[in-house]
Design a protein around this ligand. Structure first.
Ligand SMILES: NC(=O)c1ccc[n+]([C@@H]2O[C@H](COP(=O)([O-])OP(=O)(O)OC[C@H]3O[C@@H](n4cnc5c(N)ncnc54)[C@H](OP(=O)(O)O)[C@@H]3O)[C@@H](O)[C@H]2O)c1
Length: 330
């Protein structure tokens, strides 16, 4: 099968190449999927570039053991492993192949394996590209706003990084929950975030939300470009800060120290909520419901063919994507 394989850590165009490899075999509890679409998320560029370097301790010192990147997937079941009873060949499915181990098998390939407990049937109303693009970013926004923050009608919600993969879902979901939504992005994305439901827009090139007078009940920070203590000053009394970024790709630690400081603030009185993207069927079903009947749409910046996966990861690294970057396979 055709696959994009990674030969070392480095710039995407230099270390990701198209190759012919043996297809995987589904083990017990796994499903073999003919990939129709996948996408680019933060773990993909982190594991391609090997930055922040500290994360090599987790993902592999010289390169990740598994050569194929990608985790979110939509496709058609080709075969099922032992013990899989509720999915069968020809079912259209979507979900994630992420295993939280060094052995995540990858989805930038024509045939991928994923655990059945991280897959559900794809609603007909969603294209394969929309379904794959929604998984990690949509679940992160959904878990953050519905399960961690539990946004209440009338609450003031600020989304920093409102025009990105997570942000475009978060703006819509916070609005759907009845929040008053302030979106922080650059001026070129104002029309987009207003079309998603933002009540107010702050252009970060003209105004620093941490220095203004406005106070927010919930701050979802997908950028972490301000020291957490400064961001927390924009919280209303009792407000919740959700730090959600390892920052850009630079250096040894990138945004990790800021995440650590945000965590420490949680010990000294600030309400801090971290988002863990739980890839369960229950969460995927709730997300699908929001996408099919809840008025939440998947914003896709661009769709590229599998051969251009390196360009897709490089584009993600610019941190300028509007919504998600989809990779179409087959
Ligand atoms: N907790 C989890 O499980 C989980 C899961 C997925 C992702 N994440 C985290 O979520 C974060 C966001 O991911 P993403 O995929 O949404 O990122 P992304 O798509 O790369 O974000 C790109 C967007 O960020 C905006 N942006 C860049 N600099 C900005 C600034 N200074 N202020 C406001 N907006 C700015 C850009 O808009 P402009 O072009 O207008 O600047 C662009 O639209 C990542 O850092 C990742 O670590 C966490």
């Amino acid at each position: 099968m055709r696959a994009i394989i990674q030969t070392a850590y480095g710039a995407p165009e230099q270390v990701l190449t198209l190759a012919e490899v043996e297809p995987p075999t589904p083990a017990r509890g796994e499903v073999l999927i003919r990939t129709r679409a996948t996408t680019v998320n933060t773990p993909d560029w982190v594991t391609v570039t090997g930055t922040p370097w500290a994360l090599r301790l987790r993902f592999g010192l010289t390169r990740p053991p598994s050569p194929i990147r990608g985790a979110d997937i939509a496709g058609v079941v080709e075969a099922v492993g032992a013990g899989v009873t509720d999915l069968q060949p020809f079912d259209a499915v979507f979900g994630s192949a992420w295993t939280n181990t060094l052995a995540t098998p990858g989805t930038y390939c024509e045939l991928a394996v994923a655990r059945d407990i991280q897959l559900i049937r794809k609603p007909d109303a969603l294209s394969f590209e929309e379904a794959a693009s929604a998984v990690t970013s949509g679940l992160t926004a959904m878990i953050g706003l519905y399960q961690v923050a539990k946004v209440q009608p009338g609450q003031r919600v600020l989304i920093n990084g409102a025009s990105g993969g997570v942000g475009t879902f978060a703006v819509q979901m916070a609005k759907a929950m009845g929040g008053h939504v302030t979106a922080v992005c650059s001026a070129r994305n104002e029309v987009l975030v207003r079309s998603l439901g933002a009540d107010a827009v702050i252009d970060y090139n003209r105004e620093d939300f941490t220095q203004g007078d406005a106070r927010y009940d919930v701050i979802l920070d997908n950028v972490m470009n301000h020291p957490p203590g400064r961001t927390a000053r924009a919280l209303a009394p009792g407000g919740l800060f959700m730090p959600n970024s390892v920052g850009n790709s630079g250096g040894w630690f990138a945004g990790l120290p800021r995440m650590a400081r945000a965590w420490a603030m949680g010990l000294t009185g600030t309400r801090v909520g971290f988002i863990t993207c739980v890839l369960s069927r229950e969460n995927l079903t709730a997300l699908a419901e929001l996408l099919v009947s809840g008025g939440i749409r998947v914003v896709i910046d661009r769709t590229v063919p599998l051969e251009q996966a390196a360009e897709a990861v490089a584009y993600m690294l610019t941190h300028r994507a509007r919504g998600q970057i989809a990779i179409s396979v087959g």
